[in-house]
Write a protein that binds this ligand. Sequence first.
Ligand SMILES: [Zn+2]
Ligand SMILES: [Zn+2]
Length: 714
Amino acid sequence: MQSALLGEPPVLPDSGVSSRHPYRPLPRRANCWRSQPASVRVIRGRGVPPVYAFQSSPGQEQPHAEAPAPFNGAEPRDGSATSTIEMFVADGSRTLKAELSVAAAEMRALSSELLEARQGLRQSHTEVKLLRASLAERDRRLDATKSQLLAARVAAAEKDDALLKAYGQLTAACHERSDLRQQLIDTQGELTDTRMELQQWINEMHQLKDLHSGAAVKLGRAHISVTGSASLEVSRVQCEVLCQPGSELEARVTSLGTINPTLVRKSADGERWSDIWLQQGQSELIAMGDRIALRHAAPEEYIQFEPPGVVAMGVATLRQQATPRQHAEADFADAPPTKRAKPSQAPAACVPLDSSRTATAAPAAVDAPAQLPRMVLILCGPPGSGKSTFCQQLAALSASSWVRVNQDTAGKNGKKGTRAQCVAAAIKALQAGSCVLVDRCNFDVQQRADFVALAQQLGAQAHALVFKLPVALCAQRAQQRINHEGGVEGPRAAPLVYQISALAEKAGLPTRAEGLFSMMVCQSDAEDVLRKVAMEPERHSSKFPGMVVGEQCVLINDAYPKAKCHGLVIARDPELDGPDQLRTEHLALLQRMQDVGERWAAEQKAANPALEPFKLGFHAIPSMRQLHLHVISQDFESACLKHKKHWNSFTTAFFRPISAVREELEREGRLALDKAVAEQLLKADLRCHRCRAACKTMPALKAHTSACKVPLQS
Ligand SMILES: [Zn+2]
Ligand SMILES: [Zn+2]
């Protein structure tokens, strides 16, 4: 019964067709069932015995057959039918009841569920309320934090402002301090200068006072006021002054300078000066009041001969040179030009008779010191070495009139010209009384010969000025310039610079044999750093921390160390440019330099015992002027060691160990230094200095040497 009631959901048959179907289980919804009695009646009226059956499993008892059916409202017609209906009704009513009770139970269950749900809902509601409250609380706290943050930010900004102000003040103070420091350094430098000058003068005074009849005194670089590279114009022994035996009123000056001539200035009245340039070996008798200028180009600094027995020194205060040209013209006004002109001394054809200035500038002419003698200055150097810039500055600063002759513009309408056109232009300028600047590369004797010859013809002096800068620098400058008059710029400039430099190198420096009056080499500053340090170490001590200054040498840390420790011991002798000038007389100096170097190396080693052993020696061809001994730890670990030539300069025979140098000097009297061989050594293949293994590139070599464990050969 229960299974039938709760079986498949019923599909109620239509009243008309239901008779042909067996009775189906009761529908679950009781109200549907209760509306069916009419159809039951129809079934009976057709004469078909009421058949009802319950589908149930076979063998199950049919409980409805005996069960009393409750009355369902239908009118009974006969006894059997009535009982059947009653049974049916009873059965339905039971079913209904059972169903009702089930429904009620379900209802109860549902209502309790509902209750529970409601309770849950209420609980959730309270929870939500709580959450909301906490959220609001959090919001409040957040707001508070925000305002605190804002306040902090404002405070920070204020602090920043204050900091900025303080920083500004600090910077200003720093600037002030560095200014003061600079002033101090300047003052110190000046003081040193003055002190040195004074010392020099005192020395000279002592020396010169001893000059008496028959005595000789040698004058040279030590007797001039300028130091540094400018002092190199004067030789160590520029001239010798010999008091004539038997006469204290005369002395003989003999020029010994190897670089430039000595200027002797004679005067009868102490106002008009007659200048004589003494070349090496030439001599001249001087009398009381005559002067010797060791720097031939700077007659304002002189040594005056004042017998008996005294040579006074001084810096000329002849005339202020503010407007020397006007001054020269004033001179001509006092004296008729004919008196001053000496046309006989120059080829007549070359002296324009209408030009008094040309005549006054002729050799041995008496003239004011500011006016230069008429000269042809031959500039020598590759493109980019600064020749044209020099011309511009000279023209702007010089009291004399200069005409620049440049092959790039010597042609018609400023176009490129020929050497012949340059020569013609130079002659024209000289004849017009100007000095001439020959702004060409002039790299060898042939290149210069025409200009030397024309100077000689016209009675002017030919001087050479060599611009000797690092080739790479010239190439770089030439490449970078624009609108060059000769079009030597851009990528095609560099090969030309290298080509001309090589030719100049091959030809060597200009010599006096060419007929030149003097020659001067302008070196780049970088090459002169060591010389400057050697001459005035105190001035450069701030740039070289750890400098050790001795009487004969100065020790500095190399500015571009090629190993962990790399020192230079620089000789202070101004005559010693490099190892090629070493002679037996320098053995004591070398011993001293070695001692200084070894002591320094020992100190470094004591401070850092892990250092590799040191190596002391000279480069066969040094890149810097002034003799210097390299003291280097043999790790060769340095960012400054970049190129093959760096490596090879320390690890091949290019590096001359000091012991070997001293031995060779003792044995041979000088060092054999073959430039070509040395240059080949720099180009040799890269090899490890420990195991001699070959490496292709510098990075590969560095990687190898940092790992190589082969012990160093001593
Ligand atoms: Zn060096
Ligand atoms: Zn190795």
